[in-house]
Design a protein around this ligand. Structure first.
Ligand SMILES: [Zn+2]
Length: 264
């Protein structure tokens, strides 16, 4: 094995610790608070937390997600290290990857895209989008900034329009569940966070690529939803309500953007 590959592995491990910390604490407290146990909620010493030890109070081991995140990031960092994204460059590529990881983990676990992460994403998006067109496509600085901003606007507007359609579907669903005697669980097809996320991804991809990114993301989401639906039908667990079981769209939007950004 090439010894140099230990660099991305080590970076990925540290990045994974950061992603896990943010995913553990931000949805709970909305700020950088000290880590607590996911089971007994007692405070975990930083050293124990960062070495992924079990809780000293109740003895529960760290979550499967913690370990999955660490190892998926190692695989992703190695891939990006060996196939650096030409236009985005390696350092920025790795930072964007960590940002995508945080959003994906929090959205999958809580069906939530937090506003502070969207604000951070907007800054990162404007910076990396501008860098992409300025350095990668040799555009003058001002027009690179313009392309990034326009991309953000397009991403936001397209997802906002879809969100409006989603709201109508959700309202219909609530009415239908009320007639069926079910309590509305207030699920929405597209959360407001997805609209901000699409804006962030638009800033990153710029006006030239954001539509491709969105279409790829929505296609991936559609294929996965269809597969889940078929699995339910095959297991005969399909009910009329399954069709209405909505899934978090954030990870699919991110998959679409990542496909555009990290193509070798
Ligand atoms: Zn505990």
């Amino acid at each position: 094995m090439n010894i140099v590959l230990l660099i991305p592995v080590a970076l990925a491990w540290l990045g994974g610790l950061l992603v896990n910390y943010l995913s553990d604490t931000l949805p709970r407290t909305r700020r950088f608070s000290p880590p607590v146990c996911r089971n007994c909620e007692s405070r975990i010493a930083w050293l124990d937390y960062l070495t992924l030890r079990r809780c000293q109070n109740c003895g529960i081991v760290r979550s499967l997600r913690t370990w999955l995140t660490q190892f998926i990031l190692i695989a992703s960092f190695l891939y990006v290290w060996l196939n650096p994204p030409k236009s985005l460059g390696l350092p920025l590529g790795l930072i964007v990857l960590l940002y995508f990881a945080v959003i994906t983990v929090i959205d999958l676990e809580h069906r939530l895209i937090l506003f502070p992460t969207s604000v951070f994403g907007a800054l990162l998006g404007l910076f990396s989008g501008t860098f992409l067109y300025y350095s990668g496509f040799q555009k003058p600085l001002l027009s690179a900034i313009g392309i990034s901003l326009l991309g953000g606007l397009i991403g936001f507007a397209v997802m906002f329009a879809l969100y409006q359609v989603g709201t109508i579907v959700a309202r219909y669903r609530a009415k239908k569940m009320a007639t069926d005697g079910l309590v509305d669980d207030e699920e929405e097809a597209l959360g407001g966070g997805d609209v901000y996320l699409a804006g962030v991804l638009g800033l990153m991809l710029g006006s030239r690529f954001i539509m491709y990114g969105l279409v790829v993301g929505i296609l991936i989401g559609g294929v996965v939803s269809l597969a889940l639906l078929l699995a339910l039908i095959v297991q005969k667990r399909y009910t009329n309500n399954s069709l209405m079981t909505f899934i978090p769209y954030g990870p699919y939007l991110i998959a679409g953007a990542a496909y555009m950004l990290f193509r070798p």
